[in-house]
Design a binder for this molecule. Sequence first.
Ligand SMILES: C[S@@+](CC[C@H](N)C(=O)[O-])C[C@H]1O[C@@H](n2cnc3c(N)ncnc32)[C@H](O)[C@@H]1O
Length: 397
Amino acid sequence: MMLNEAQAEHSARARSHLKDQIAAAGGWLSFEQFMESALYAPGLGYYSGGAQKLGEGGDFTTAPEISSLFGRCVALQCAQVLRALHGGTLQSPHAGSILEIGAGSGRLAADILMRLEELGQLPKNYWILEVSADLRERQRALLCALLAERLPHVLQRVGWLDRPPEEPYDGIVLANEVLDALPVARFRWRASGVDELGVGIDDGDFAWVARPANQAMAQACRRLYDASGGWDDGYISEYCPRAPAWTRAVTKLLRTGAVLWIDYGLPRAEYYLPERHDGTLACHYRHRMSSDPFVNVGLQDITAWVDFTLIAEASREAGFELAGFTTQAHFLAGVGIDREMRLAAGDDENRFARLANQARQLMLPGEMGERFKAMVWLRGLDMPLSGFELLDLRHKL
Ligand SMILES: C[S@@+](CC[C@H](N)C(=O)[O-])C[C@H]1O[C@@H](n2cnc3c(N)ncnc32)[C@H](O)[C@@H]1O
C-alpha cells in the first residue's frame, strides 16, 4: 500500500531509530525489544504517533467501534459487580471505581458510562490508563462531545492516569484488546535446543536472526512444549514474558472487585497446537492484516494472540480467584445482549435491524464470537457473574 509523504517520513524515522538500537546492542535485538520500540518508542512507535488507529479511517476495528451493544453489555456486567460492592444497595456513597486500561477512541468508556447512568449505578471514578498521548486526546474529545452538555456529572467522574492507582480502591479493572499489544518474545523449537528469534540487519533491512535461547526462555518453551503435546523441529511461536508482572501491576491495588479481560486468544494447549507452526503474530495497517512486523514500522499495529492460561496463572499469583472464562459470544448472550438490543432500538425496527447485524459481527463464530474470549478475576467477592454462566471454559485453561 502506498504511503503518503508524512507516513513514509514517520516510518523512515522509526526504522532508523530501530536500526540504531540494533547497532547499539551489537547487531541483534530480541523481538520483544523490537516490538516494544515499534509500538511505544516516544514519538515514533505506533501507539506514540498521531495517526488515527481505530474505526473506518484507522487500521483496525474493535468491538466497541462495531456497536454500542458491546459497551452496554460490559456495563451490565460492571453493574452486577458494583451492586455487590454496595452490598445490594444502589446509589451508595461508597460506590466502586472503574479503571479502563487502553481506552482506544474512548467509545467503550462512553457506552459503559451512559448505560451505568441509565441504571443509576455510576462508579465513583472512571479512570483511564492510556499509554498513547494522542489517543488520550481523542478520548477526551469524544467523551466531552458526548457528555459535557447532556451529562456533565458523568464527565466529572472521568480522569486519566499515567500509572495504575497508588491508593487501594474497590471496583473493576477492565481492558478490551490490550493484552494482545504486550510485546512478546519469539522462539524456534529444536530438539537439540531452543533458539530465540531476534532482529538483525541483512542487506540494509530487518531480518530474523536466531540465537541460542537463555535458560529462562528454554525452560518456558519446554513448559509450552509439554502443554502442547509436542512439536516438530523448526516450530516457531511466541510467548509474553511480561504478561504476569504487567497484569499484577495494573491490578495490584484493587482491594475488592473484579478484573475483566477481553481479547483474542486461546487456552495454552490450543494456542501451541503443532499445526500452528508459525505463531500468531498479526500486524494491522489500514484494515489489512499481515504477519510481517518489519514493514510499515511505526505505522502498523503489531499484536499476538493471548495465551489465556498464562493470564489465568497470573490471576492466582496476584491473589485473585479465576471466576470465569468464556467466549465473547457467550459473554454477551449471558449478560443479555438480546434485551439490550430491544431496549436500545425501542420501537424503531430499522434501528433494531442495524443492531442485530452488529450483534452478529460481535457474536458469530466466524467473526468475533469465538476468537475473542472474556476472562474475569475476583478478589474479596464470591458471586456468579451473568456473562460467565452460559459457558464455563475454565477447565480448558
Ligand atoms: C487495540 S486498542 C483497543 C482500544 C479499546 N480498548 C477498544 O476496544 O476499542 C489498544 C489500546 O491499548 C492502549 N495500550 C497499548 N498498550 C498499553 C499499555 N501497556 N498500557 C495501557 N494502554 C495500552 C493503546 O494505546 C490503545 O488505546
